[in-house]
Design a protein around this ligand. Structure first.
Ligand SMILES: [Cu+2]
Length: 254
């Protein structure tokens, strides 16, 4: 079987569409930050494949043009200074370029605005999540913020509701052990640690309902520590918050 046929067969068996293939296994990102990371991921693969093609080419060339023809030893040489300089300098440039783009994109993804449009206080606990909205107070309530709280398994999954096209800052805290906040379509995860607040920020670019997970083994029901992420329009978000304010003021169920 030719190599080309083998590649086609491998792709068919893997169940990848060409669209998935261009993302090299990643989900379609739904945040500005996720898109930047996807581009970095793809660029790193292009660089790696280009280096791979050169290396494979050199290996093949050496195998074919320097194969054994007689029992005589080939001329023994050493210290080719130009070649040694090239294979020291070229990898250094490759690493420097990869480092530059990685550091640039990491700084962008890690950036947190002093004045985000929406702040969400995420609390992880064994084994569910609570999402508080400090900008939306419940009138006359000692409890304070509008809060969406999940029930541990087998309760209903908690819902994290956020608006599209607005900066959303998450503050992450845990009441017990280390959890980790992961939304695959954000292409992002960050640890949720007791007595230590973590932050990150996203801007969602697409409405829809997605799944979020805990991605730090945190106990018996770790695998069931799921939540829904609902990205809605800013108008829908505002209406939802007003409805929750009224509902939680009345002491209704969340
Ligand atoms: Cu957990």
């Amino acid at each position: 079987m030719s190599a080309a046929a083998l590649v086609v067969l491998m792709l068919a068996l893997s169940g990848c569409t060409s669209n998935q293939l261009t993302r090299l296994g990643w989900p379609v990102p739904v945040t500005k930050q996720g898109k930047v990371m996807l581009t970095l991921w793809q660029g790193s693969w292009v660089a790696a494949l280009a280096v791979g093609a050169v290396v494979w080419g050199l290996i093949l060339w050496a195998c074919i043009f320097h194969r054994k023809r007689t029992d005589e030893l080939p001329p023994q040489v050493r210290y080719n200074l130009p070649i040694e300089i090239v294979y020291t300098v070229v990898p250094f440039i490759l690493v420097a370029v990869l480092f530059y783009f990685t550091a640039r994109d990491e700084n962008y993804v890690d950036a947190v605005s002093a004045h985000p449009d929406v702040t969400v206080n995420v609390t992880g606990f064994q084994w569910s999540w609570e999402f508080g909205y400090p900008q939306y107070k419940v009138p006359g309530s000692a409890a304070g913020d509008v809060t969406l709280t999940g029930q541990p398994y087998p309760g209903p999954l908690p819902e994290l509701v956020i608006p599209e096209n607005e900066t959303v800052k998450f503050t992450l805290n845990s009441t017990d052990v280390v959890h980790s906040f992961w939304v695959p379509v954000f292409v992002f995860k960050r640890d949720v640690i007791p007595d230590h607040t973590n932050y990150f920020q996203i801007t969602a670019t697409k409405t829809g309902t997605f799944i979020g997970r805990c991605t730090e083994l945190c106990g018996v029901y770790h695998s069931l520590m799921l939540f829904k992420v609902k990205i809605v329009t800013p108008q829908q978000f505002h209406q939802f918050m007003i409805a929750k304010q009224a509902q939680q003021k009345a002491g209704g169920a969340q």
